[in-house]
Design a protein around this ligand. Sequence first.
Ligand SMILES: [Fe+2]
Length: 493
Amino acid sequence: MKVTRKHTVAHTLKPSQHPYLTGPWTPNFDEIDAEDMTVIGTIPADIDGIYIRNTENPVQEPLGNYHPFDGDAMLHTMTFRDGKASYKNRFVRTRGFVAEQEAGEALWAGIANDPRISKRPGWGAQGSVKDSSSTDVVVHAGKILTTFWQCGEGYRLDPYTLEQLGIESWTPQDGISAHPKVDERTGELLFFNYSKHPPYQHYGVVDKHNKLVHYTPVPTPGPRLPHDMAFTEHYSILIDMPLFWDPELLPKGRHHVRYYPELPTRFAIIPRYGVEADIRWFEADPTYVLHWNNAYEEGDEIILDGYFQEQPTPPPLHGMPPVLGQMMANIDEHSFQSRLHRWRFNLKTGTTTEQHLDPRTLEFGSFNQQYAGRKARYSYSTFTKPGWFLFAGVVKHDLQTGESWQLAFGDERYGSEAPFVPRINAVDEDDGYLVTFVTDMQQDRSECLLIDAKNIEAGPVCRIILPHRISSGTHATWADGPSLRRSTPRQTG
Ligand SMILES: [Fe+2]
């Protein structure tokens, strides 16, 4: 393996026992390029593109309590072509990251603190936290876009070089929320944001040339905390869920999240270029949903899959201080009990029907993006280590037959979101790979795995050894190589 250390970022973190600053969540500070990778197995020649993962990777000693969603953004990428792979990692130089580097200390409180201890005003829905852009990553119009869950500015980077291209120019006043969606068929990017002032939520469309072409209110009765959106061929789906900041405490500057199980979950179904008057609202059982899978139209119905939480506000984990135990429970899928679930919205009758598709605790799904917005047969979910925000393996579902298959990554091996990657010249929907980074605590190293999506139980077809052990991380995406080279012809990969 040929390794080039490009830069080491200054940090002020003190030694810690914090469960999300140690072990598999130990942050990295080195920025590295690596090629001529060491491989267990053989890298297939029929995969061409880039696996890109965002990572909450803090560099400053926190003001108060640390929450893993506070970390600075570090991207890790593995680029594949012609049976070869290369690795890079870089921090995203957000305005907050740069300001804290200049100050040599944290300037913003994290979300597990009273926001009034921040030393500077912040961004987004809360308005007092740093826009760390460390939540999600998508590729649109040939460039990476990183995002922040409480709405931020959106940062662009070159997917092959990780060159920093700065703040996305079309970012609206209220920012962009964590999970914009790219429709591969049209090249459009669909996004939403939310805020503490009326109309509280907006939805927008950016075209394949990266031009903002649509932006419209999707009003909610007050400030809400939606995390994700979905789309079908003709509609976008926005959400009003009964878990949000206590409206009586907000005017006092306190951001206390409460669950209101007496309220329904409400879904706004809006034509892709629709306006407020076109929205159809549907009610469903109360819950909170972090992430949706696919959605599609069938007859009079719109069908949406996602992860229904049985216990959106779980009790704290036992055996630890209450604040820490509550934070640990809030990010533990086995505490909030997320289940693969299907909602059906009938556009003719205005009624909703819904059901669990699997009783297991699952979240962070993926599917073949060539089927996004259309009916797909297969979906892939991840499962976690109980008590921890650590991905322990993947489950594949055949949504037509109800069959499922499972692969565990192994003892003390923790993965990332594992997008489906179509094989070059794929012949059917599940003809491809699942790709993930794994942090292996027993081997004290990290790997990139390729898993044959047609036979996940067989284990990875290859394991590429990374040049350093990387922090566990969450959201990831796949960028198709031929599409990237068409949109950025000077890049050769
Ligand atoms: Fe998310």
